[in-house]
Design a protein around this ligand. Structure first.
Ligand SMILES: Nc1ncnc2c1ncn2[C@@H]1O[C@H](COP(=O)(O)OP(=O)(O)O)[C@@H](O)[C@H]1O
Ligand SMILES: [Mg+2]
Length: 324
């Protein structure tokens, strides 16, 4: 698959934050992937592994320290402000908390129409409203809902409005960061179903970020597992889940048998690696049951390729497992 056919290509994306006790926290230690058209990729990892940082840097809502984010071959991170606005057309963004995504003083339909107003400034007010109402209807919100202010909607209704806004310019790509985890359990499935239907209807590619492994198979073809800001494993979902090669992926999958769910975002954080300036050895080593001396000496390189495991001693396929 050549680069310019990809919906998005991310190369060497890095981001650090100021640490609490001085120094820097390396939240993203180098993220690389290519998303071909029509494919969806899930990024998974426990709380603090750098998923939201990745989403924000890719969407250029936070400034990365280094790396490239190529959309139709153009690097949005290197683009000037006008080109950035133009490149933003190519993707929609849905974040975890729908309340903060919408202006509290603006009626729902106007917020949904805003990207149209920016990018298709020749549309009349009536056309803007019509297009917004049509997309709101598609996500299950009536005209009466469209006239309301954000605080007059439920969490699930608000997230539907955010999804409508993300799709109003008909992008090929939607970046979703934990889009259902702030919602009541009873409405999570409805929003997930909606996302599935929209993906198929509009032929969308999702970059779907979640701590909930159970959602990965529903929405994505490929999965990328992050630990401590780095990619530890990547590949087609059925291969990675069926026969994980990285011990961390195996740990995640084993965490809750039959119900592959990672600790919720507000759960007690597991011991993530200290983000030192120059990491020695494998970051996962202190938690790894099968660490050997080499793991303390050299950082395992994640070779490129469809199926990747950044481990010196990747797990063998379990006996009796069918080859995939
Ligand atoms: N604005 C920030 N300032 C300082 N540290 C941050 C900030 N945002 C995230 N971090 C740190 O970066 C790491 C990754 O966080 P985040 O990307 O939110 O992970 P995830 O979404 O996987 O839970 C964590 O150690 C977190 O504490
Ligand atoms: Mg997050």
């Amino acid at each position: 698959m050549s680069t310019d056919q990809a919906v998005i290509e991310v190369r060497g994306l890095r981001k650090s934050y100021p640490g609490r006790s001085g120094g820097r926290v390396q939240a993203l230690a180098g993220l690389d992937f290519v998303l071909p058209p029509g494919r969806s990729l899930a990024i998974v990892g426990e709380s603090g592994s750098g998923k939201t940082t990745a989403a924000l840097c890719i969407a250029k809502l936070a400034l990365a320290d280094a790396g490239q984010v190529l959309l139709s071959g153009a690097d949005i991170l290197a683009a000037g402000s006008r080109e950035t606005v133009a490149l933003r057309r190519q993707f929609g963004v849905v974040l975890q908390n729908p309340l903060t995504a919408l202006d509290p003083r603006v009626r729902i339909w106007r917020s949904v129409a805003e990207p149209l107003q920016v990018h298709e400034s020749d549309l009349s007010a009536a056309q803007l409203r019509e297009r917004a109402l049509a997309m709101l209807a598609r996500v299950g919100l009536s005209e009466a809902m469209a006239e309301r202010l954000p605080h007059q909607l439920s969490g699930g209704q608000l997230q539907r409005a955010v999804i409508a806004r993300a799709l109003i310019l008909r992008p090929r790509l939607v970046i979703l960061d934990e889009p259902t985890s702030a919602l009541d359990v009873s409405v999570q499935a409805q929003v997930l179903n909606l996302l599935c239907d929209l993906r198929d209807e509009f032929r969308l590619s999702y970059l779907f970020i979640t701590h909930n492994l159970a959602l990965v198979e529903i929405l994505a073809h490929e999965v990328l597992v992050m630990y401590g800001g780095a990619v530890v494993e990547r590949g087609p979902v059925h291969q990675v889940f069926g026969a994980p090669r990285h011990p961390y992926t195996a740990e995640l999958l084993a965490a809750v048998p039959g119900q592959p769910t990672l600790p919720a975002t507000d759960a007690a954080p597991l011991a993530l690696p200290d983000a030192g300036p120059a990491r020695q050895g494998c970051a996962y080593r202190p938690r790894c049951a099968q660490a050997r001396p080499l793991c303390a000496e050299a950082v395992p390189e994640a070779a490129s390729g469809e199926r990747l495991a950044a481990c010196h001693f990747p797990l063998e396929r379990p006996h009796g497992a069918s080859p995939q």
